[in-house]
Write a protein that binds this ligand. Sequence first.
Ligand code: AMP
Length: 147
Amino acid sequence: MISLPSKDFLETPIEEFVISSEKVAHVQIGNSAEHALLVLTKTGYSAIPVLDAKYRFHGLINAQRITDAILGMDHIEYEKLGDIRVEEIMQTDLPLIHLNDRFQRALDLVIDQNFLCVVDDDGMFMGILTRRIVLKQLKKQLYQFKR
Ligand code: AMP
């Protein structure tokens, strides 16, 4: 039997579900697009955060943005990869989530985002919350009274 998630569950702070920052692959402001492409390819992740030396969050970088930046008129200009900085091409217009935000907000946001970047009040990067984790938690709630 499926049960509807309780209001209490939807109001759980997301903190306990977050993958903490030290476990998250990232690149730093000042790194080249070439370095970012290496990290993305080696890890197999679709996108990774761009942080500064103090671990403040600045944006996200993905392979599509990198390829787009080196697309010439009739060929891909690979030689440019080393000259492009990640901050020139990263995505910055994305919703962020705070450690004390509720599960309900995460659920709303992961409809359009594969994962969410989690920050504290000072913009420090705390980790990520993936759609996979949100769905797993929701599934646990839905089936908890299954007989
Ligand atoms: P998953 O739900 O594990 O497939 O992760 C979805 C996306 O979240 C990945 O493609 C990455 O963009 C990002 N992601 C998940 N785990 C990590 C991690 N440890 N480091 C960096 N990015 C991650």
